[in-house]
Design a protein around this ligand. Structure first.
Ligand SMILES: [Zn+2]
Length: 394
């Protein structure tokens, strides 16, 4: 056994050298241009902890001034102060730091590990913002497994990889002047290790590397949602985005989705409280009446009748105030009975763009990734991001 051990190591080294297996151990990635995306991984916290494993350098943000460096940084507390940042007990009159680490090193923020490099910024409200700068493809490895089950058919994983890539790159274009491009509340799962179960999601990202959707030569916000419930939504109805690929299509594919229809109920008192928190002062609700539905049967506005008057509220606003776990879509019927309101609806999510469960059943019927994308994003084209001339890369 003892003799065999070094041989195993030699074999591993040989395989790495011969095949270019990357640090993930999931096969080499084709040569590519890099595109960094800025992900807000911590927001609005007065204090964070930082640990650095590997050779590091810390600079005052936006300058060449190196304030710390070394081969390892033990758990360090960083506080926001009126003057700048306090790192352990030392005060720095700076508004942020940039942390660079060796290729093989790791940055831990609040115990979560990140690749790439990390900026810690003191915001004007004296809270801390942590932004991870990471290559888009590495970012997608983590996003994908959060968005769709890794056991889903391979074409759906590819569809999701392309939609998520396009969406993130679009956000990075529109948010160029902000401190970050995207937020991700489930980001902790991105670097949670390279378990076997993630192989398929990784493969889908690698196989679709740099592939995006465009309309008129430009990437667009490729929204997606769990289940449309019969017809996807026109983005115009929600966000004032008027684009042919986001106009909404009929979808009979998601009928067998576990989220195709839903029921819920809520106490009138709770609805009143939630609406009041949102700035709609109502008490003693008598009825909730859908006013107008759009082409996809989703409600645009609701009238809430209460003792003493009535108010009009956008259905999406209503849904978000009550909680999207209870009101899963704006395609619903509602009845007020006694102390409660009873809801019965179709679909889960905002309904714009790709219907994920529809895509699942399309692939079960033999549709390929490209066909699924063109179905849910009509008139869109599939392109390589780096071949779109107008795009400036960061
Ligand atoms: Zn659908």
């Amino acid at each position: 056994m003892l003799n065999k051990f070094p041989i195993k190591i030699l074999i591993v080294i040989f395989v790495i050298l011969a095949t270019g297996v990357d640090a993930y151990g999931f096969g080499s990635r084709p040569p590519r241009q890099r595109k960094i995306i800025r992900v807000a991984v911590v927001r609005s916290k007065p204090q964070i902890t930082l640990t650095l494993e590997g050779c590091y350098e810390i600079y005052a943000l936006g300058t060449d001034m190196k304030i710390l460096s070394g081969s390892r940084l033990k758990k360090t507390v960083i506080n926001s102060t009126a003057e700048g940042l306090k790192i352990n007990d030392e005060d720095f009159k700076i508004y942020g730091i940039k942390i660079l680490i060796d290729k093989d090193g790791a940055i831990f923020v609040n115990g979560r590990s990140f690749r790439g490099h990390v900026d810690i910024i003191r915001e004007t409200d004296l809270t801390l913002l942590v932004v991870n700068h990471i290559d888009i493809e590495d970012y997608l490895f983590g996003v994908l497994q959060c968005e769709v089950p890794f056991r889903w058919p391979y074409p759906v994983l590819k569809v999701q990889a392309i939609a998520a890539r396009t969406y993130a790159l679009y956000q990075s274009q529109v948010n160029r002047k902000k401190d970050y491009d995207v937020t991700n509340d489930t980001f902790s799962q991105v670097y949670g290790g390279a378990g076997k179960e993630r192989y398929r999601a990784r493969k889908a990202v690698i196989k679709t590397q740099s592939i995006v959707l465009t309309y008129n030569g430009k990437i667009f916000p490729t929204y997606y949602h769990a289940t449309c419930g019969g017809h996807t939504e026109d983005a115009c109805e929600l966000w004032n985005i008027d684009l042919p690929p986001l106009k909404g299509v009929e979808c009979s594919f998601c009928k067998k989705s576990p989220h195709y229809d839903w029921k819920s109920q809520m106490a009138i008192k709770e609805i009143e409280e939630k609406l009041t928190v949102g700035g709609y002062k109502v008490s003693q609700i008598l009825d909730i009446v859908p006013l107008k539905r759009d082409r996809s049967k989703r409600i645009r506005d609701l009238k809430i009748l209460y003792k003493g008057g009535s108010i009009k509220i956008g259905a999406n606003k209503f849904r978000l105030l009550l909680g999207s776990r209870y009101i899963r879509s704006t395609n619903f019927a509602v009845k007020v009975k006694g102390e409660k309101a009873f809801f019965k609806g179709y679909g889960w999510g905002h309904g714009v763009g790709l219907c994920q469960w529809g895509a699942y059943f399309m692939s079960k019927k033999g549709y390929k990734a490209g066909e699924i994308l063109k179905y849910y994003y009509p008139h869109a084209e599939i392109k390589n991001f780096f071949e779109i001339n107008h795009v400036e890369t960061k």
